[in-house]
Design a protein around this ligand. Sequence first.
Ligand code: GSH
Length: 400
Amino acid sequence: MVESSSFLPHLPLSWEALEALAPEEPDRIEGPTSSQARLRLFGQPLASVRVVLYRDHHAWCPYCQKVWLWLEERQVPYRVEKVSMVCYGAKESWFTRLVPSGLLPALALDGQLITESDVILQALEDSFGPLGFSLQDPAVLPLRQLERDLFRAWCQWLCSPGAEAQGKHRFELQLARVCGALDQSPTDFFLGDFSSADLVFVPYLERMVSSLLYYKDYELCRLWPAIERWFAALEQRSTYRGTQSDHHTHAHDLPPQMGGCYGIGPAESRPWASRIDHGPYIDLGDSRQPAPADAAQEALGRVLKHRHTLLSVHSSLSELALRAALTRLITAEPCGPPPGSDLGLRSLRDRICVPRDMGLHAARALRQALEDTAALAGGRQGPALQLRQRRDQNPQPFLV
Ligand SMILES: N[C@@H](CCC(=O)N[C@@H](CS)C(=O)NCC(=O)O)C(=O)O
């Protein structure tokens, strides 16, 4: 944070002043795991790259996360090509020529195209060695089956209207089996060190925790301590943190992907949904790690990079209002926005996406700064987030 004077509210800093406070662009090739990376080398020469990962622009696809995290954990050099999911954009024609089904992820290994995440992981394992335990290990196979059983029970509870009690009961039966497996382990992971057995659980356990909290007000990690410990251990890994999303992103990326999520009553009546949507955004329980000291700077850098596109996409957002929110973000002092800015600031607040745009803590700081600044202008909310499609998230304008 920069020093600021005690006269309130502050005038918005100029773009030049904000730019002077933004961090250098991080090293995406050799630095920590990042959703923005297009090439990862892990200290190896460019010529060593044998893998191209095709994954979705927004990092919403759980099967892509599984393959992505595997590559990061095993430090296999790879390139990334990003593709749209139909729920938020038009599928790129070059991709449907390559993969007619349009399904993600896909992976090219030595020029040979592979689809289906489990087949991809097997091919990677065969070429580069397993992640701890082989996917075919007798200790891993029943855990992989258990993950699918849990997935099915979650879908039935979350995505079927009615039969609440039965859906919850069936889910808890499967979750008890998962926790039983964790309780037998000498560590907080399934089979000792982090391995392929944990990897297969990562994408959907993350989505289960967020979606059940949001739609069912169900505090999974508080109710199931083995899962809380598993996440705490997982979040120690910078590889996972780079792929990690947050409650807000999942609450709103899942309905269009899954064909609907059913809440226990309207969102306004669900305490956790209200907090996830409207804040306060601290202590939402989706991170067990302290906020990095540079979280606000990270958010500032990311917004500055895309500020022209953001201003054109959010038609109700003025550049003065955005500067006010960024000034708040970086000085931690209130900064008055122009009248009528509440709508545009909250429109942007609701469309920050983790880890696509920035890390979890940076997003949290930015959402809070946008909300605090919007509150100085009024109580209006931005356009509602759609449930069937998210074309408001079309990636194209950001690719120029
Ligand atoms: N069984 C496949 C499932 C892949 C899948 O369903 N991918 C979804 C995204 S999560 C997809 O690409 N859907 C097409 C689209 O959304 O455009 C796998 O494990 O790879």
